[in-house]
Design a protein around this ligand. Structure first.
Ligand SMILES: [Cu+2]
Length: 288
């Protein structure tokens, strides 16, 4: 069967029964389920420079790991075959081989260094936040997210709650991922997320942006992303935070500058103004 996805491409679903077909149809509904595909094993498509690098590093590691595993498997197979009891009634008493021992120490060290260098580079790239164009505070609560858009251009706060199944279906949003009030950010801009927990530890996670940051009560964690493609992206709270942990998704709309400006001015009217916009954002968030 063919199902139409929002990107306009047709996908072929293997005919493995109605359950799979229904699952496929479910995935195909709603805006921009772009990169969640039936039977998917890989990442969703990267939509930020950080995620692009994470994916590239993942692919590099995959080949190193595969190489090491295959080498060990082959060596084991050779030893098992060549030195089996029937072929060697009198076992060799040879032990210690200096050259071999140096080799099996040095080679793994080299492999680890080869892994460590891009790993630290990537960690630094994720941790060093460029000068943000937009700062958003994401406050995890049991069990929804409260967002704050501080600054003169915005200065409002709103709650973002998951939609019940019927409401999600009606809105054409994916089940357990759609929310009533999504986040909006402009495309190709550095978005800084300041996150904290209001009660217990939550985690603000957006896979296609390569972001997963714990929201801890009493401290502010910072992270960032720069969305390179307009669209709708979904994430979830990724720290087990209680009974309704599965019901505090994140819906992110990446839009053009013009659309973002429209959303900002509408939201200023629609949502509650931040009481302490002029105050210190960090103190403010920590006191939640
Ligand atoms: Cu949570």
């Amino acid at each position: 069967m063919f199902v139409n996805n929002p990107g306009g491409r047709n996908r072929f679903l293997p005919n493995v029964g109605t359950a799979a077909a229904a699952f496929g149809a479910l995935l195909a509904t709603g805006p921009a389920m772009a990169d969640i595909k039936p039977f998917q094993t890989g990442f969703q498509e990267a939509a930020s420079p950080v995620m692009e690098q994470i994916e590239a590093f993942h692919n590099e590691l995959f080949w190193i790991i595969t190489g090491v595993s295959v080498l060990v498997l082959v060596l084991l197979a050779i030893v098992i075959w060549k030195f089996r009891a029937t072929a060697n009634p009198v076992p060799s008493k040879v032990h210690h081989n200096t050259l071999l021992e140096i080799a099996w120490t040095i080679i793994p060290v080299i492999i680890l260094v080869v892994i460590a260098i891009p790993s630290f580079k990537l960690l630094y790239f994720e941790a060093a936040i460029p000068k943000p164009d937009v700062t958003i505070r994401a406050i995890g609560k049991q069990w929804f997210w409260t967002y704050e858009y501080p600054g003169q251009a915005a200065n409002f706060t709103f709650d973002s709650l998951h939609l019940e199944d019927a409401a999600a279906a009606k809105a054409g949003k994916p089940r357990l991922l759609g929310v009533d009030n999504p986040l909006y950010v402009p495309v190709n801009k550095v978005i800084e997320i300041e996150t904290a927990g209001a009660d217990v530890i939550h985690s603000w996670a957006m896979p296609q942006m390569g972001v997963k940051m714990d929201a801890v009560p009493g401290r502010i964690n910072h992270t960032w992303f720069k969305a390179t493609k307009e669209g709708v992206y979904y994430g979830e709270c990724s720290e087990l935070c209680g009974a309704s942990h599965a019901f505090m998704p994140i819906e992110l709309h990446v839009v053009s500058d013009a659309d973002y400006a429209v959303w900002l001015s509408a939201s200023k009217k629609k949502f509650t103004a931040l009481a302490d916009n002029a105050g210190d954002a960090v103190t403010h968030l920590a006191s939640k």
